[in-house]
Design a protein around this ligand. Structure first.
Ligand SMILES: Cc1ncc(COP(=O)(O)O)c(C=O)c1O
Length: 407
């Protein structure tokens, strides 16, 4: 079956977080795609709606089978049934883990720039954020292992949150890197939490590696968060899972999730996950191809029209991390300017950490026609910004001269 990703679905006035913007604005920020989900999922949910009863829901065997089947087929990793716990979302699971597995005043380590909501899960629960800043060599990101070890060795650091693949830099961590992280976490008694929500959104011919699959130590000392929500564009259904091979950690985490009341599914969460992970393969493969074409379009456009920008090398997610340091050091004002002047709504890099300040994040999960509109707006926005910068510089020179003259 051929799936169509070119439909310009109108999401205005639908209470969409992404599309609740002013008329004429084009949102390319939050990680939410403009595509309808797989028809197989829509059909299953329509059937559910047709029955008209939305009572309390249980987690059936099919849910466990669908997840472990998917990971076995697509990621070559065997997940045992008892390792899995349903959760209403990855962020609720992370917040719950922070509360249950660490204590107030302890440190939780993150690798910045990183998905900004990790900061909330840590700070809102009275824990400290410790940053292991990723090293950027002007092309791609790598881990500063000397700094990582120093920070994990601090006895106050009790949890590390890994983003695998990484949002916003789009990196798929390789086996050796994950193994090294796992070894250090084990050595310093730091619990590893691996957020793998973007794992199915890799470029064609690239595969992610589940953290728990790389070594015995990684498996025994980790909580992994997984979900069909990013890959199948069903974030609003609030359906995720935590996967914990270690029985002791699992028991504790199960208590945490239940105490926080985030372990019970809504009426659509289970069907959607089962169908996605059982029948979603063909749709997802075509989606990945479409996203990769979009990436090629953006690269070609930026290379030819905006060579002062640089797209960081990445092999996962539909989010592009764009280095704007040759235009500006802090994109906060640039993003506001572009939005005001062209309506294009991008994410400013500073929200992902101080070291993300000279970047912007662009969501390219939309039909090509809309993508081209976004690129044109970006081009206009940057052009206008450069022009206004020149005018401002000229203005201040005139002012300087005036002062000089008056002196
Ligand atoms: C890395 C990462 N984790 C978690 C989430 C959100 O997960 P959920 O909607 O399941 O809470 C996002 C959403 O963009 C994300 O990028």
């Amino acid at each position: 079956m051929q799936y169509d990703f070119s439909n310009l679905n109108d999401r205005r006035h639908t209470n969409s977080l992404k599309w609740d913007v002013s008329e004429g604005e084009l949102p390319m920020w939050v990680a939410d795609m403009d595509f309808k989900t797989a028809p197989e999922i829509i059909e299953a949910l329509q059937e559910k709606v047709g029955k008209g009863i939305f009572g309390y829901t249980i987690v059936p065997d099919e849910w466990y089978e669908a997840i472990s089947g998917w990971w076995q087929r697509r990621h070559k990793f065997k997940i045992e049934r008892e390792w899995l716990i349903f959760c209403t979302g990855v962020v609720p699971a992370i917040s719950s883990a922070v509360r249950k597995m660490t204590t107030v005043g302890e440190n939780v380590l993150v690798q910045t720039p990183v998905y900004n909501i990790f900061f909330n899960s840590i700070v809102n629960n009275g824990r400290n954020i410790v940053e292991n800043k990723l090293l950027y060599d002007g092309k791609e990101y790598n881990i500063d292992f000397v700094d990582l070890e120093k920070k994990l060795a601090n006895p106050q650091t009790t949890m590390m949150v890994i983003c695998n693949p990484h949002n916003p830099v789009g990196k798929i961590w390789d086996k050796e890197t994950l193994e090294r992280i796992g070894e250090l976490c084990w050595q310093y008694h730091v619990l590893a939490l691996s957020d793998e929500i973007h794992c199915d959104l890799t470029n064609m011919n690239y595969n992610y590696i589940p953290f728990a699959s790389v070594s015995e130590k990684c498996a025994k000392n980790s909580i992994t968060c997984i979900a069909p929500t990013k890959a199948f564009n069903i974030a609003g259904l609030q359906t995720a899972a935590v996967m914990i091979p270690n029985e002791v950690i699992r028991h504790k985490m199960n208590r945490g999730l239940n105490t926080d009341e985030v372990a019970e599914p809504n009426a659509f969460a289970i069907e959607a996950a089962i169908v996605a992970f059982t029948f979603g393969e063909a749709w997802l493969n075509q989606l990945r191809l479409y996203l990769e074409e979009n990436k090629t379009i953006v690269r070609a456009f930026i290379n030819s029209q905006l060579p002062e920008l640089y797209i960081v090398q990445s092999h996962a997610t539909y989010l592009l991390w764009i280095d704007c340091s040759r235009v500006i050091q802090d994109t906060t004002c640039l993003c506001q300017f572009i939005r005001r002047e062209t309506g294009l709504y991008l994410s400013e890099g500073g929200v992902y950490g101080e070291n993300g300040k000279s970047f912007i994040r662009m969501n390219l999960a939309c039909p090509k026609e809309r993508l081209l509109d976004g690129l044109q707006r970006l081009n206009n926005g940057i052009g206008l910004y450069e022009k206004s910068k020149k005018i401002r510089a000229l203005g201040s020179k005139i002012k300087e001269r005036k002062v000089h003259f008056c002196d």
